[in-house]
Design a protein around this ligand. Structure first.
Ligand code: RIB
Length: 329
């Protein structure tokens, strides 16, 4: 049972207790993260020595699936692995994390998704080679329509083909299942996708790419949100790392600023995924968007306390018992 101390309304608390294991369908990517740690980033053309190399489970979709499962959701992952040993490693990881793999598809003759990650100076650089993730076609999504139909919420990102994202949104809309679209990595989105999105969760870079507005002030956020609202998006949550989050709902379009939790990060890889998963989890549990964003800020902060995209993802109990203060580090 969850017991968040941050002014949750009684109605929301009750609904959390009634249904704290919502069904979440995550449609997206699964990668092996090949992570190099260094003290600083090399210049273009420069070679430097790093301090450590690790192979870890990752991928925006998989991270979000694992994050939601750790919080207590009943998660089904719809995505593709290659027919290599990494595919076996990633499948085993899902099983260890209690993520349902009935819709995890093995693609013959293709390698599993790979992410080359450099971690340095409290940040990271990532290059993804999609491999099997790009074999997740709209047709494969249609084959798993029942999984989407029987979910409380659908969570999707942009590391799979855009037409697959469109099909996911369209199927979810057909059954009135709310959609959280995390537009990462930054990609332009066609209007027909935006119109079907209930919660769009860009970071500042992604918001700039989606709207052609440089995000450097409250006014610029308002203008960018207005463009997306005109495009048909229902709710927008802008994630800003240590600066917290800003959200607005279509009915009044008012910007609400939420502070982040103050934490000294070990590794910020996957913090956005932690945020998105907990947003979907809390919304599916009946929380208001305000409470969901507050909770997700906390989960995202906690996720950065361990190395790797998934190792720091907290359980609901860990979120509940963690004592955290607000504000930038
Ligand atoms: O969001 C972090 C993730 O982005 C990493 O796990 C990596 O696989 C890339 O997909």
């Amino acid at each position: 049972m969850l017991n968040w101390s941050l002014g949750i309304q009684q109605r929301e608390k009750e609904s959390l207790q009634m249904n704290s294991n919502p069904k979440i369908a995550v449609v997206g990517s699964v990668n092996v993260d090949l992570v190099v740690e260094t003290e600083r980033y090399p210049q273009l053309g420069e070679t430097i020595l790093g301090s450590r190399f690790s192979e870890l489970p990752g991928g925006k979709g998989a991270n979000q699936a694992v994050a939601a499962s750790r919080l207590g959701a009943d998660v089904t992952f719809i995505g593709c692995i290659g027919d290599d040993s990494y595919g076996e490693f990633l499948t085993k990881n899902f099983s260890n994390e209690s993520v349902n793999t009935q819709s995890l598809l093995k693609v013959e003759g293709e390698h599993s998704g790979i992410a080359h990650i450099t971690v340095a100076q409290n940040d990271n650089l990532i290059i993804v080679i999609p491999g099997a993730n790009y074999a997740l076609t709209p047709e494969k999504i249609r084959q798993h329509e029942e999984t989407i139909k029987h979910s409380d919420i659908v969570l999707v990102q942009l590391e799979v083909p855009i037409e697959t994202v469109a099909e996911t949104v369209s199927i979810a809309n057909k059954y009135n299942i709310p959609v959280v679209l995390n537009p990462a990595p930054a990609t332009k989105l066609p209007l027909h996708i935006l119109q079907g999105v209930d919660y769009l969760t860009p970071n500042e870079t992604e918001l700039t790419l989606l709207t052609d507005i440089e995000i450097d002030s409250e006014e610029s956020i308002k203008s960018a949100f207005d463009i997306l609202f005109k495009g048909g998006v229902k709710n927008i949550v802008l994630t800003r790392g240590a600066k917290g989050a800003v959200f607005a709902e279509n009915h009044n379009k008012q910007l609400i600023f939420k502070e982040s939790y103050s934490i000294t990060p070990v590794d910020t890889t996957g913090a956005g995924d932690a945020f998105n998963a907990s947003l979907a989890f809390s919304l599916a549990n009946g929380c208001l968007l305000d409470t969901a964003v507050e909770f997700s800020n906390k989960v995202a902060a906690l996720s950065t306390t361990k190395f790797g995209a998934q190792s720091g993802l907290p359980t609901a109990e860990e979120v509940n018992y963690s004592k955290m203060i607000k504000g930038e580090v």
